[in-house]
Design a protein around this ligand. Structure first.
Ligand code: HAM
Length: 423
């Protein structure tokens, strides 16, 4: 039987990885320029972190986690997202005693047992950032502006930013009462998920994508109209901050997000190109998360962006991320002595940062030339015993086909000095 990839996973092959590296490097640089430090947390955590952090009532915890007992009988879960693990680390490593706020970013794989479809996988990649210890709307604006910078650096200007506020526990509790009142005589005609959430998390009924549920929700009261004074003023502050940076957004009062930890601001970057859900990036404020995991009361805000969905968006916009790498020099060698000589030179150049290629299969000169051509090498240096004896070799400029004599002694120096303008 042929061994295959597990459903919902993929290999990212070398040609694609060039684009991935470009995206990750761009994200890395933008985060570093914005004062964030990179963090890596484990792929698996104790299951109760996600039960408490992401929330018992969420689809993620109820249906989608990869949970298993290890050989010591501990319940572990492959992380379904990054925020809970980062918050756990913030608490465990005493980051509350560092100068605040603490700004962190990460590039991770995450795991959810989902129905696999376009833009939805079981192993996927997220780029994310979190700020701990900053309660004001300026922090919300900062994370959104980081994303805005990232997208514009990639040349993406078609993603739409949608924002909302889902209030704090105070105003949301009062709102939940209103919501339940509204849905009480409609819930019978709604889907099984909504029926389940009616008691535990009625806010989620608002964004159910099921047709009969959409119809039932048309006149539902909205959180945005029921915010307390502090939450309303926070939301105004976020909008004013985005306006002052000319960041375009629409207020979508139906964004509620699928994780329990959110408070106040929630936001998504959406696009038509990434499958049914359309969300490339999601985030928001979670002022109660650290405390709910046993830390001292610390506000938080952040986002995660799905890299696979980002690539769908880049591809639909014909944006090429990173050029295929081509060797500067391909050493074509004739005979063992020449091979050993060229290998030394090639190694030295590689150490100095120049991409060089050499044959590893004992190929003929003709086959080596063909390989150099296939790899799009910029220069080919033909080295044989005679060339070494005379300290002279021919270099071919592949673009023009022109041949030039070069002295072997000087070639290393010339390549480095002239930044690989060899001739
Ligand atoms: P999320 O909305 O669950 O939020 O996921 C964020 C992004 O991850 C989504 O917008 C999507 O691009 C990508 N994503 C999620 N599930 C899948 C999947 N099955 N296949 C492919 N891509 C997927 C979070 O994870 C929060 N931790 C975001 C956050 C950070 N909020 C505050 N800080």
């Amino acid at each position: 039987m042929k061994v295959t990839l597990p459903k919902g996973t993929k290999d990212i092959l070398p040609d694609e990885m060039i684009g991935w590296r470009f995206v990750e490097n761009t994200f890395y640089q933008i985060c570093i320029n914005s004062g964030y430090g990179e963090i890596r947390t484990p792929v698996f955590e104790y299951t109760n972190l996600f039960n408490r952090g992401v929330g018992d009532t969420t689809d993620i915890v109820q249906k989608e986690m990869y949970t298993f007992n290890d050989k010591g009988g501990r319940s572990l879960t492959l992380r379904p997202e990054g925020t809970a693990g980062v918050a756990r680390s913030f608490i465990e490593k005493g980051m509350a005693s560092l100068p605040q706020p603490v700004k962190l970013f990460y590039m991770i794989t995450a795991y959810r047992y989902e129905n696999v479809q376009k833009g939805r996988y079981r192993e996927f990649n997220q780029l994310g950032a979190e700020i701990f210890g900053a309660a004001g709307p300026v922090a919300d604006v900062e994370v959104i502006s980081l994303l805005n910078n990232f997208f514009s650096k990639l040349g993406l200007d078609k993603l739409s930013l949608e924002i909302n506020s889902i209030g704090c526990p105070g105003c949301r509790n009062a709102y939940n009462v209103k919501l339940k009142e509204y849905y009480s005589d409609r819930i019978d005609g709604m889907c099984a998920d909504c029926k389940r959430r009616f008691d535990t998390n009625p806010l989620r009924l608002i964004d159910c994508k099921n047709e009969s549920c959409i119809a039932a929700s048309l006149d539902a009261p909205l959180m945005l109209d029921n915010l307390c004074g502090e939450c309303a003023s926070h939301f105004s502050g976020v909008k004013a901050g985005l306006d002052s940076l000319d960041i375009k957004y629409t207020v979508n009062p139906r964004i509620v997000r699928g994780l329990d930890y959110y408070t106040k601001t929630v936001f998504e970057f959406v696009s038509e190109n990434v499958g049914t859900q359309g969300t490339v990036c999601g985030g928001g404020r979670y002022d109660g998360l650290v405390e709910s995991l046993g830390g001292s009361g610390t506000p938080g805000i952040g986002f995660s962006l799905g890299v696979e969905r980002l690539f769908m968006e880049l591809e639909s916009n014909n944006i090429i991320t990173g050029d295929k790498l081509v060797p500067e020099i391909y050493f074509v060698t004739i005979g063992e002595k020449a091979y050993a000589y060229a290998r030394k030179l090639s190694c030295a150049l590689r150490r100095a940062g120049v991409y060089t290629e050499m044959d590893l299969l004992g190929r003929s000169v003709k086959a080596q030339m063909k390989d150099a051509d296939r790899k799009n090498a910029r220069y080919v240096l033909v080295v044989g015993d005679d060339e070494i004896r005379q300290n002279k070799a021919q270099i071919k400029i592949m673009e023009t086909g022109e041949l030039k004599d070069v002295s072997l002694d000087s070639i290393y120096k010339r390549i480095l000095e002239k930044k690989v303008q060899v001739v």
